[in-house]
Write a protein that binds this ligand. Structure first.
Ligand code: BJ8
Length: 384
């Protein structure tokens, strides 16, 4: 049988979001339970230990924004409008199949949207403490995890033991390591892939309903990309400028940002945002005597602009700028996202202190600014 080439395999991963619908249906037909989630702070291990599958419900398309705007303000982040629009217009099978939706009190827009969503579906909101550095923050978040644990046990008749939590931590840590190893290939000069390709491999795990299978698929891709590189394949020119992406989640604007950068002489070697390293870089301490606390602690290590102060994001950025030998930073800000729009000042200072150029682009899920974005991004790359 003819071996598939890497581009064909990347193409298969790009279909994962669409093909996952069938897997979600199979899960439901077999009596499985699904929880829809929205955020990197969602403690997946607690759901795994309850035998409940998780799937991301973050909207990434402009298609349902108009439906959402019938109830939500126009001047709201597209991720929130798209997500709510999918729920209210019944267009997202993942939302439809979800037995429970779990959100967190991150930004005000999401927090208030969940209240409306609660009229359509069973919604549980975890109260994320945002005061990093307080002596009781970890305790507060642990209490929220305990509350979630009890809720899942009661709703789904599950028993969540420490052993199950520990096993879930081991599994999720393996998935994170697999993703990290793949992303870290981009440290090579020149990098072995365009990020638009790697992105789909990483994102596919959100829709697989089988963590073991996701780990295997990602590890296989890492091995193949590495082998092709060692055999001399260089799909990316060494003259391309090495770009780090930071800011808001970027799936809904991937082509007009990352795609444009890669068309204009740049290559994204690192995504710091929730679609990339930030979501995979911290591990749970599997040996910790109090495993629930260890899970809580791990999630509080995530740097996000909803935290105050958001020192963890700045520390991670500084580290990544060096490790990935970055030439320039592009920050993606979704329109009306106040946390990231305001925090851009600190990011710009952090990046410039390291002697690197920085640009922020504010955009939404429509195509109306695609031309303008392309011009700005290619001018930025040219200037590097
Ligand atoms: S951990 S980045 S997934 S909160 S929805 S804050 S874009 S206005 S998504 Fe996020 Fe969790 Fe943080 Fe990551 Fe802004 Fe829009 Fe709010 Fe957003």
């Amino acid at each position: 049988m003819e071996q598939k080439q890497l581009p064909e395999k990347f193409q298969e991963f790009s279909e994962a979001r669409k093909n996952g619908f069938l897997r979600a249906k199979a899960v439901k037909d077999a009596g499985g339970k699904i929880a829809g989630t929205f955020c990197t702070y969602t403690p997946n291990e607690v759901f795994d230990a309850a035998g409940v599958y998780t799937v991301s419900l973050c909207g990434t398309s402009d298609e349902t924004v108009a439906a959402a705007e019938a109830e939500l303000p126009k001047n709201l982040c597209p991720l929130i409008k798209s997500s709510y629009g999918f729920a209210v217009s019944d267009k997202c099978p993942y939302t439809y199949f979800s037995d429970l939706i779990v959100g967190e009190t991150t930004c005000d827009g999401k927090k208030k949207m969940y209240e409306l969503l609660g009229r359509l579906k069973d919604v549980h909101v975890m109260h994320l403490p945002q005061g990093i550095g307080r002596p009781y923050t970890a305790e507060l978040w642990r209490r929220e995890l305990e509350y979630l644990k009890t809720l899942l046990e009661e709703k789904f008749g599950a028993e969540i033991t420490d052993e199950k939590l520990r096993a879930a931590c081991r599994l999720r840590n393996r998935l994170r390591r697999a993703k990290l190893e793949l992303m870290e290939l981009q440290k090579l000069c020149p990098p072995p892939a365009n990020y638009t390709d790697l992105y789909h491999v990483i994102d596919s795990a959100n829709f697989s309903f089988d963590v073991e299978q996701s780990i295997r698929a990602i590890e296989e891709m890492t091995a193949e990309i590495r082998a092709a590189y060692e055999a001399g394949q260089r799909p990316v020119s060494p003259h391309r400028k090495r770009i780090l992406i930071t800011g808001c989640p970027s799936t809904g604007v991937l082509q007009k940002t990352v795609g444009e950068i890669e068309k204009s002489g740049g290559v994204v070697v690192c995504m710091e945002n929730c679609n990339g390293l930030k979501a995979a870089i911290q591990m749970v301490d599997e040996q910790a005597p109090d495993i629930l606390q260890a899970i809580a602690d791990r999630y509080l290590e995530i740097g996000c602009a909803v935290m105050s102060p958001d020192t963890k994001r700045m520390e991670l950025l500084q580290r990544l700028l060096q490790e990935y030998r970055i030439d320039g930073v592009v920050e993606i800000i979704l329109q009306a996202c106040h946390p990231y729009a305001i925090e851009r000042q600190q990011v710009r200072e952090t990046v410039r202190q390291m002697g690197l150029p920085y640009i922020a682009v504010e955009t939404d899920y429509s195509q109306s600014d695609a031309g303008q974005l392309s011009t700005r991004l290619s001018a930025f790359i040219e200037m590097l």
